[in-house]
Design a protein around this ligand. Structure first.
Ligand SMILES: [Ca+2]
Length: 389
């Protein structure tokens, strides 16, 4: 007679008896899972901080450093804002450094009104703690980039959602970092669609019909980055024009109730109110968040390999900063041209739900992960935790 080793009740007993160990597994996994090391580089934009919030709560990534580029931000001012933002999120231990205050070349600048809102971190839509828990790293942004990349045992990804100034400076300090960057995801440029300077009321800027702000703000730096042989993935206006976030997303993110989701909700509120005209029919593209999704989710967009070069010689009010797709040349960039939120394994309203769903913490793509996931699911039921969403 064959002995039945594992009855259902036996399995339940086994699970319960090892519950303390199994419950600890997801925590242990949090630090040892194959998280991709990443550096976040932004110019102090509300959509950039949405992108940062998304990456910070995303179990696929481990944020190794944050750097602030000139653009919307006056980096010295915005560095302190970021430290207070991190205090509000309860996050410590990530070095934050600021870059130079001006472009490598030229004097293109964002309109002052935009920069004033960045200086105040979009108050009163957001409400930062008065005190930071840590101070800004004393190294330059470029030096922090170089040190972080060189000290990482694995290649590092970078999400660049502002000017290319800091990355270009880092490549000047140590060109060898190019070989240790596994992917540089850029939000910037307008390849086959009009630019966004033209949308501004400034009588000079609006004459430029072809350039996008992040590239235009420091075109020499951008061209240096595009020609450095990096594995670049570009999320240009071509892609972001097709994506929109709504008041329904804002409400859902707020309801998710994590520090990151609430911050994202506040920043989207600012954008819908002040950038999209507070019209319920006009969603907000949250440009930098789209690039972050493109970096995280392979199903989001099928990339198109293209040779991208930046116009550095034109007049700022004509075509300087234009991203050109050069035909019949070896590609240097994987360009996202047709993204779709419908391709994601979750809805846009669930973008910030990673920390809110305990069962999603263990990754089920390994044997131990499956065990941990099963135990976690069992524990939730056992604890009377109710239904899984
Ligand atoms: Ca940005």
């Amino acid at each position: 007679m064959k002995k039945k080793y594992f009855s259902k009740s036996h399995l339940c007993y086994s699970l319960l008896s090892s519950l303390p160990l199994l419950l600890a597994l997801p925590i242990a996994f949090g630090s040892t899972l194959n998280r991709t090391p990443i550096i976040l580089d932004d110019d102090g934009s509300q959509d950039g901080m949405n992108a940062w919030a998304y990456i910070l709560q995303n179990p696929k990534f481990e944020v190794k450093a944050m750097t602030i580029s000139q653009g919307l931000a006056r980096p010295q001012i915005f560095g302190n804002n970021v430290m207070r933002m991190l205090a509000g999120l309860g996050i410590t231990g990530i070095p934050v450094a600021v870059g130079r205050e001006t472009p490598l070349s030229g004097n293109n600048t964002f309109p002052d009104a935009f920069r004033a809102d960045t200086d105040t971190f979009w108050a009163p839509f957001t409400n930062l703690p008065d005190q930071a828990l840590e101070t800004v790293d004393q190294r330059s942004a470029a030096q922090l980039l170089v040190d972080t990349i060189n000290q990482s045992p694995e290649p590092v990804e970078i999400l660049m959602t502002g000017s290319a100034t800091n990355i270009a400076d880092a490549l000047t300090i140590d060109p060898s970092i190019a070989k240790k960057i596994s992917r540089l995801e850029i939000m910037g440029g307008a390849v086959f669609v009009p630019g966004n300077l033209r949308e501004h009321l400034d009588p000079i800027l609006k004459q430029n019909l072809v350039s996008e702000f992040n590239i235009w703000i420091d075109p020499v730096a951008a061209q240096k980055v595009f020609s450095a042989g990096l594995p670049i993935s570009l999320t240009p206006l071509d892609a972001t024009n097709q994506i929109g976030f709504t008041r329904a997303d804002q409400a859902a993110w707020k309801a998710t109730g994590t520090p990151e989701s609430i911050l994202a909700s506040q920043l989207l509120d600012y954008a819908l109110t002040n950038i999209s005209g507070n019209d319920p029919l006009i969603p907000n593209p949250a440009w930098d968040l789209v690039a972050a999704i493109n970096l995280s989710e392979p199903s989001f967009c099928q990339p198109t390999p293209l040779r991208i070069e930046v116009n550095t010689d034109g007049k700022p009010e004509v075509n300087q900063g234009q991203t050109l797709a050069i035909p019949n040349q070896p590609p240097n960039t994987n360009v996202c041209l047709n993204p779709s939120l419908a391709n994601l394994p979750f809805s846009s309203q669930e973008l910030f739900s990673n920390k809110a769903k305990p069962h999603s913490v263990p990754e089920a793509n390994s044997g131990l992960g499956l065990l941990a996931a099963a135990a976690w699911s069992g524990a939730i039921t056992w604890l009377g935790g109710g239904t899984r969403p």
